[in-house]
Structure formats: structure tokens, C-alpha cells
Design a protein around this ligand. Sequence first.
Ligand SMILES: Nc1nc2c(c(=O)[nH]1)N[C@H]1C(S)=C(S)[C@@H](COP(=O)(O)O)O[C@H]1N2
Ligand SMILES: [Mo]
Length: 325
Amino acid sequence: MTKRNYTDPSILSSDITPESVFLNRRSLIKSATVAAVAGSTAIPSTSASAGQAAEQPLNYAPQEEHPLTSEQTPIEAVTSYNNFYEFGTDKSDPARHAHTMTTDPWSVKVGGLVANPGELHLEDLLSGFDLEERIYRFRCVEAWSMVVPWVGFPLADLLTRFEPLSEGRFVEFKTLHRPGEMRGTRSFTSVIDWPYREGLRLDEAMHPLTLMAVGLYGKTLPNQNGAPLRLVVPWKYGFKSIKSIVEINVTAEQPQTSWQSLQPSEYGFYANVNPEVDHPRWSQRYERRLPSSIFKPNRVPTLAFNGYEAEVASLYQGMDLSRYY
Ligand SMILES: Nc1nc2c(c(=O)[nH]1)N[C@H]1C(S)=C(S)[C@@H](COP(=O)(O)O)O[C@H]1N2
Ligand SMILES: [Mo]
């Protein structure tokens, strides 16, 4: 394979305070207060930022009494500091440009090694599953992090409907690829071989923590966060949590993933959050918890499996995690 010129999620650009977060500090503080007193049924009012469509309220079971509730990252930071390369590589590009993506109608094709292949439509995603709130830590490989109240359903609930066959060992996911609506995929500097792809081992996919998110902060997902359906795997680096999914296949072989194809020495298939295994170009021992600024970096230690070690470490028993990074 020839070495290509690529833009990767390097720490450099993300180390700088994103302007939008900095400029919004006042409203961040205000809305954090609202969120803290309002509880789970009310939604903090947000100053509509550019590119934010009208998100719809969802019917879901709120997460009661969670240790991370008080640490939730304000919605303005969650929706203005993003990675969604289909719309550009700057952290502010997705919030600015993702409104160009049409998300209704939407369908997700589910196939491969399943007994009952088929499609899910937007209505099925929003009302065909029991939705629940899940407050999770979210850790990007670039060493920034958030705490997000997602709304969604376990991926296992989706997969079992399509009845994976016994030969199935992995699950492959693909993002929408619609160049007319995704300026980043038309860019000359774009190096990802679209569509964006991700994958999990079947047992990881069936794990109860693995979530199909359809919302955050009680409403449907903003486009920049992967509307209408994205994966959230809280013990893995953020790039595993693929956005705006249109295809899911159960496979026998380990699927090729976008970041692994681009730079296998830096981005592995497993991508479990691990403070002991550095990225070749930076340490993974600490992370910047958003909102973060040069004045208040908000640096916190990174936890093994992003704090979900008790729940998921058994999935990797006997594996050398520095080899299977
Ligand atoms: N399709 C697609 N999914 C994607 C990405 C992307 O560029 N395209 N970026 C990934 C990365 S690197 C991260 S950190 C998270 C960011 O999710 P957020 O913007 O909701 O915080 O999305 C992941 N999913
Ligand atoms: Mo990331």
C-alpha cells in the first residue's frame, strides 16, 4: 500500500480552544445550571447554533440517579465541537454544514449473515424500540472527552430482530455516502475511502452497553452528531461510534474499517480506551473534558476501558491489548 497524505484526528487542532465553545462560555454556564435543576424531563433551552435543525422530543425512559449526571457536558459543547469528516475536518465544520444532509426519509439495510434480512425506516427507529437514556463518558482518540446523555436502544435489540446466523462473528456498519449533501466527501483533501465504515466483534455488538443512539439531551440527534441513528460504544475511542448509519451487515470476517485502512499503525480495530497504550504521536494517559479552554484545560486522567472495565474487560480475556489496540 502506498503511503498517502492524510488528515487524521491529530491532537494539534483539537488542542486549541474551539472558538464556538469559547465564545459560548456564558451560555454554557447558564444552560448547565438549567440542566442541573431541571432534571431529566425538561430539556435545557439552547441558543440555536448555526446548522442546528429542529430536533424533536423523544419518548424514553429517563436514567434515574446516575453518578455522571452532574458531569454532563453542556449541550452547546456536544453539538458544536464535532468530528464528522463528511462535512469537513474542522471541529466547527459539522455544526456549520451538516444541515445539508437529508435525514427524513431514512432507511437502514440490515443483512449479511442473518436469517431475516430487511430494512428499518425512520419511524421504526424512533418508535419501534424501547428508548432509554444512557449517560456515558465519550473519549475521542485525540484526547478530548465529554459526558453525554444519549437516548437510544441496545444494538442487541436491533440485531436479534434480524436473527444473526451462527457463522456470524462480526458486525459491519456503513455511513450514508451522498456527496451532493456532504461537502467533505467532495473535498480534494478528503482521504477517507467513503463511505465511512466501522465494525465490532459480534459479542461486543451484543454487549448491553453498546447503544444505537437516536437522540441526546432528550431530543432526536442533531445532524452533526450523526442523525438519525449512530452507534455509541462507550469503552472505545470515539471513531468507533459511527454516525448516520445506513447499512449493517453480520459477517464472518473482521470488516475493514475507515481509520484502520487509513493508518493501521495508529488506529486499530479494537480501539479500546487504554491509558497504558499511547497513540504513536501522543500519550493517552489524560484527556481534556469539554468544555475546555487554554485558561481552564479541565485535564482528567483517562480510565481503563473509559471507566467501563468491570463491565467489558472479560470480553478481552487472554488478549494482549498492546497488540490488539
Ligand atoms: N460517519 C462518521 N462517523 C464518525 C466520524 C466521522 O468522521 N464520520 N467521526 C468519529 C469520531 S473520530 C468521533 S470522536 C465521534 C465524534 O462524535 P460527536 O461529534 O458526536 O462528538 O464520531 C465518530 N463517528
Ligand atoms: Mo475521534
